[in-house]
Design a binder for this molecule. Sequence first.
Ligand code: ARG
Length: 402
Amino acid sequence: MTAHNKIVLAYSGGLDTSVAVRWLMERYDAEVATLTLDLGGPVDLEGARKRALAIGAVRADVLDAREEFVRDFVWPALQAGALYEGVYPLATALGRPLIAKHLVRIAAEEQAFAIAHGCTGKGNDQVRFDVSAAALAPQIKVIAPAREWGMSRAEEIAYARERDLPLDLNKRSPYSVDENLWGRSVEAGDLEDPWVEPPEEAYTWTVSAGAAPDEPRYVEIAFRQGVPVSVDGEELGGVALIELLNEAAGRHGVGRIDHVENRLVGIKSREVYEAPAAVVLHQAHRALEALCLTKDQSRFKERLAQEYADIVYNGLWFSGHRRDLDAYVRSTQRHVSGTVRVRLHKGASTVAGRSSDESLYRHDLATYEAGDAFDQGASPGFIHLYGLPTRTQAEVQGNADG
Ligand code: ARG
């Protein structure tokens, strides 16, 4: 039942979505409820709430969803080893389905006929919102004003001025930025030329390698079943742990990613990311898995990681395929517990040591020193059978190249 002509809009507090509040009211003769989520970005929640109401929203929710974000989205992606195209830790891509989930929840409370978001028609984010909404509430309509209205930035400002909308135009960056706890994405401006090195001002979470301290910093990250639980012996909740590592690694210039990325809609785009905690945690987690998983488990999981990253990137979070992969990943993580020591120095993070009570590394098997438990006498028999097909082929078909 959609008794009311109501729309629930994902509201960041910025120009686009501020204009969208009024535009939706006018275009659809609708009441607009807004939702602003804190995922660890720089959003002024109270300011956003006040602005939404001043523009005419009938309800303006603000919600700190950081813990839910880390627990239900970031940690599973970390455990899966999900890095899109091998480098992007998926901060924005992981945030969208969570926002969609809360939009749909409020839409049900309000019996709204639609949800809305500020995405343009060129990016991945529209796909993530639209497909997530379709999965969670198949009957709901999704409206993307910026896909429809065809206004330039100047026209949006004129639209807002004509209607006396309170805007916050101070923090204008030359870039298009999206950020949450798991990372910061920077696009547009001079970055659109892939030949141009990102200027220092594009970065705000990390210093350049040259400006980083001369002394390295070591951090010890402990994991329990694939989830990071402490840094340098101090037990921390997920949000605090990520914040700490963003700060510590960023100060040493770790976490910059400059990537030409393949978007789902077919465009290549130049993306600059800052993700200090994500870079360090993926590296540490992988090092611990090298200790705690078998060769077969590691290799299979590597392939799965790529699949998982594609699913997340391509907006299919709320799919059975993702849930099935998660079930496998969770099973692999049962013995991924231990501590990794990472060195942060001049823009590089390096695994310096790893240890685990469930390590499969056996010193008595690996050692070249006294106490060797490896039975070298078994090797000739092993090699005899291992080499059998190759020897047979060489006897029958020859062993010459070509
Ligand atoms: N390319 C990244 C992704 O598709 C980030 C997109 C959002 N970035 C932005 N600056 N608006 O997930």
